[in-house]
Design a protein. Structure first.
Length: 366
């Protein structure tokens, strides 16, 4: 046994666990099948701009412990996420707030907005929503749902809203103030210089192997470590023997443009079904860049299949039931810790990933 832990995946969960284990005097080997560390928060520098290669990552949390923890590794700027939505030739602020309603209905007061939504919800006559479409209509009424929710959601999930379960949108955040700050969290920002540097600092002094597939590597090195921290797909670990969990994937089309400012905002959502991409990210705006050129990424949501990157789990009833069966198998593996989005088959924000990794490391390393 050369190591105490082999950590599969050099993303945020794996890096936090490795950092804590090293502090506790443990020897770790971190491996990743990609050719770089930092998982989905990896930033690639293009034209002097930190490009979020696997989609926009905006750090936000209300947990001071997590905020203080991540600030050991980077200084954060004061970026506030305020996305724009484009529907046909109309432009709206997100999240749904008084700026959105004022533009949509030419009204000015919170009461007018509340009355308009209540009137449209009443017209639907929906008491018990049977699908996502009915759920959306019963929460925000026809105008907001059809212009800003329906097309975007159908592109994200690759299914008609009538064929999606209502619980996907338990609620839609509606604000009756003129506030475009997307997150309610107290702390928010982007690390100056990008996310990759955070993971580099966490993994400093720890053995790391990239371009390394765990399943091939462990066959050749079966006794390399006492324990495994696995942040890959839990169903793949068990060779899909109970069936395959479903994921959604995202494809990015990234291009350099010979202009200093393409869309005036970091995140612009395209909510019309007929536009094939869900949103365009202009990366320089995350760090208030002044470069002469700009880099944009169009995001296309798609079904996942083997060989593609799994981005987020499809947490419907059928998949959650299957995951529970895998979780019971995982409990019988005393020397394997399953963590992260893929290991826990759960959508995590970055602060929740860090919190989960810290909690697990404290439990494990004490």
């Amino acid at each position: 046994m050369k190591y105490d832990y082999i950590i599969v995946g050099a993303g945020l969960y794996g890096a936090v666990f490795a950092y804590e284990a090293k502090k506790a005097g443990k020897r770790c080997l971190v491996i990743d099948k990609r050719d770089h560390i930092a998982g989905n928060i990896y930033c690639e520098e293009i034209e002097g701009i930190n490009v979020h290669k696997y989609g926009a990552h905006i750090f936000h949390t209300s947990n001071k412990r997590i905020w203080d923890y991540i600030n050991q590794f980077a200084e954060f700027n004061n970026y506030i996420n305020s996305p724009i939505a484009i529907y046909k030739d109309e432009l709206y602020n997100l999240p749904f707030n008084m700026n959105t309603f004022s533009k949509m209905w030419n009204i000015h007061t919170p009461q007018e907005a509340k009355d308009k939504i209540a009137e449209q919800v009443a017209k639907t006559g929906i008491n018990e929503p049977k699908n996502l479409e009915e759920q959306g209509l019963s929460l925000v009424g026809k105008d907001v749902f059809e212009k800003l929710v329906k097309g975007y959601t159908e592109k994200q999930w690759g299914r008609d809203c009538k064929d999606l379960p209502p619980f996907i949108i338990k609620r839609l955040p509606v604000r009756f103030t003129y506030d475009n700050n997307y997150f309610n969290d107290r702390f928010q920002g982007i690390p100056i210089g990008g996310y990759t540097k955070i993971v580099q600092k966490m993994l400093d002094g720890i053995d790391v192997k990239v371009n390394t597939d765990y399943f091939s590597f462990i066959k050749e090195n079966p006794h390399i470590a006492k324990k495994t921290v696995f942040t890959g797909m839990i169903d793949e670990y068990f060779e899909y023997k109970l069936g395959t969990l479903e994921y959604r994937s995202v494809r990015f089309e990234t291009e350099v443009l010979d202009t200093d400012n393409y869309q005036g905002n970091a995140v612009v959502n395209y909510t019309e079904r007929e536009v094939p991409y869900t949103r365009i990210i202009e990366h320089k705006h995350f760090e208030f860049g002044k470069q002469k050129k700009t880099v944009i990424s169009k995001e296309y949501s798609s079904e996942w299949s083997a060989g593609m990157e799994p981005y987020y789990p499809v947490n419907n009833e059928q998949n959650n039931t299957l995951y529970e069966k895998y979780r019971k198998l995982a409990e019988k593996e005393p020397n394997v810790i399953f963590g992260g989005r893929l290991g826990n088959y759960k959508y995590y924000d970055m602060d929740k990933v860090i919190e989960a990794a810290l909690d697990m490391s404290q439990k494990e390393l004490l």
